[in-house]
Design a protein around this ligand. Structure first.
Ligand code: PXG
Length: 290
């Protein structure tokens, strides 16, 4: 595997970042997780736009233009002969001193890792997930806005550990007001009476690119989609529930906090959306091999 760091490619074992990088010392940096399907990078523009929005929010000057990053991501895929894979794009604050002041960091680092994707086991998609609400609430947007895809994922990691301790793969995270925000690495949707609902971004969700794609596909297929505040009660009484994310795609949820959702099997609307989503991944994206 060849890994891109600041314009050069390194073998896996030689790809190293300084222990003085504030990405490591303070989680000071941002990232994107991107998929490639059938020799195309899916939703690349959307991911690069979001990377630059995250950078803006944390006052990080990315030392490459969006066009240069686009080319570098495609090139990293080509160098690694990726047709179907997962790309991790990371920008750290860069090397500095031990103090947390980012003024000591002279140049942010750009890292691109193009690798194979690790998916949930197929059984999860067949049967659906059993998830729980956890005590760790989503970060306040006034403290660290969940829209920023920062390298500091402790909020989500703590929730993930709590889900694992409860015997589950994924956690529902509520915000400080008790409304549903999202899961640790996925957005959440419910289906009720034939319409689709997902928490508003202001509830503390990431502006998920899969979330946006699913909203567009649902609307195109005639489903009504809205973004009201949702409570756990709304989830328990949904007809269907599913999660969306670049890695997970669309994952059915069949149980939440011990309550069976709908029939207890992945629902019809969820299945239809999975089909149209997969169909889109087959035909769209930035070509890797021209
Ligand atoms: N919410 C959060 C908090 C995320 O980190 C999503 C939603 C889904 O967004 P996209 O744009 O991918 O539809 C994410 C992104 C993992 C992992 O290993 C998952 C993400 C990021 C990093 C790692 O599960 N998901």
């Amino acid at each position: 595997m060849k890994i891109f760091i600041d314009g050069k490619y390194y073998d896996e074992r030689a790809a190293k970042i300084s222990v003085f990088d504030h990405g490591l010392l303070y989680g000071d940096g941002i990232f994107e997780g991107i998929r490639a399907y059938h020799g195309r990078v899916f939703k690349l523009k959307e991911h690069i736009d979001r990377l630059f929005y995250s950078a803006k929010a944390i006052l990080l000057q990315i030392p490459m233009s969006p066009a240069q990053i686009t080319r570098a991501v495609v090139e990293a895929c080509r160098k690694n002969k990726i047709r179907d894979g997962y790309i991790r794009l990371v920008v750290t604050r860069g090397m500095g001193t031990l103090g947390l002041n980012p003024k000591s960091c002279k140049r942010p680092s750009v890292i691109i890792i193009a690798d194979k994707i690790q998916l949930y086991p197929p059984g999860v998609y067949q049967r659906g997930l059993d998830i729980i609400t956890v005590p760790t609430t989503r970060n306040l947007h006034s403290a660290l806005n969940p829209a920023i895809k920062s390298l500091n994922y402790l909020n989500n990691i703590l929730a993930k550990i709590e889900a694992n301790n409860g015997g589950c793969e994924e956690a529902v995270m509520l915000n400080a007001e008790g409304f549903v925000a999202e899961c640790t690495g996925d957005n959440l949707f419910i289906v009720k009476n034939g319409a689709l609902f997902t928490p508003p971004l202001s509830a503390g969700a990431l502006y998920g690119i899969t979330r946006q794609t699913v909203i567009e596909l649902a609307e195109e297929s005639g489903l009504k989609v809205s973004e009201p505040n949702l409570t756990r009660y709304d989830l328990f009484n949904a007809d269907e529930c599913f999660l969306t994310g670049t890695g997970a795609e669309i994952v059915p949820v069949v149980k939440i906090d011990g309550r069976v959702i709908g029939t207890g099997k992945p629902g019809r609307v969820t299945r239809r959306l999975e089909d149209v989503y997969h169909a889109l991944t087959k035909v769209s994206g930035e070509p890797i091999y021209k």
